[in-house]
Design a protein around this ligand. Structure first.
Ligand code: SF4
Ligand code: SF4
Length: 203
């Protein structure tokens, strides 16, 4: 699942967490034959019409499958995985899911325009939460990224709890009187928000 034009804060924070990608791709070409995006095809088209460069790049290489069944014939495991991820999210609908195939992937799974592939390809998988095809070489890296983000959220929650316990009056930050616990709490909730669809409230 490509991270194209996810307009909410999630995109910003996920990109913020992005580190240079290690070279873990073993060039199976599965992600090139079964891409999806957070947005529906209709919205992507509207974005293209509005001049959105990311959407333009994406649709310059990816063509939509006529149906989910057509995509299933090509990459059945990935189709099932994406549909199960979408079904668990309350900000996405299964009926809005479109699968895409790239015209530039060779039968062997290699990119035939590697040197000029668009940014969405260069940065995939953008983060630990992109639903890459089963067996993708980035599985371990994605696991590590997810664990890092979970740790960060847990540390934030722990700090907020400690501040609350150490506050001299139950209202202000123990070391920074100009900051209230309510402001701190709002900050923590804001940081957690992007990972809510992935279960951050339970971490
Ligand atoms: S699915 Fe993973 S290993 Fe296969 S081509 Fe895509 S990034 Fe590389
Ligand atoms: S441009 Fe290359 S890397 Fe990007 S989806 Fe197509 S074949 Fe894959």
């Amino acid at each position: 699942m490509f991270n194209v034009n996810d307009d909410n804060a999630q995109n910003e924070l996920l990109n913020e967490a992005l580190e240079p990608l290690p070279d873990l791709c073993h060039k199976c070409g599965k992600c090139c034959r079964s891409a999806t995006t957070f947005h529906s095809y209709k919205i992507l088209q509207e974005k293209v019409a509005a001049g959105d460069q990311e959407a333009i790049d994406f649709l310059s290489i990816f063509k939509p499958f006529e149906s989910i069944e057509d995509a299933r014939l090509v990459e059945p495991e990935q189709v099932e995985q994406v549909l199960s991820v979408v079904a668990q999210r309350d900000d996405m609908n299964v009926e809005d899911v479109t699968f895409y195939y790239c015209e530039y992937v060779s039968p062997e799974g290699l990119c035939t325009i590697y040197e000029r592939r668009p940014r969405c390809c260069q940065s995939a998988p953008a983060n630990g939460w992109s639903a890459m095809p089963p067996g993708c070489g980035f599985e371990g890296w994605q696991f590590e990224q997810r664990e890092k983000q979970k740790r960060m959220i847990r540390d934030l929650k722990t700090s907020a709890y400690m501040m609350e316990q150490l506050s001299p009056d139950g209202i202000h930050h123990p070391a920074r009187p100009e900051t209230t616990l309510a402001e701190l709490q709002a900050l923590v909730l804001d940081k957690i928000k992007p990972w809510k669809p992935f279960g951050a409230h339970y971490w």
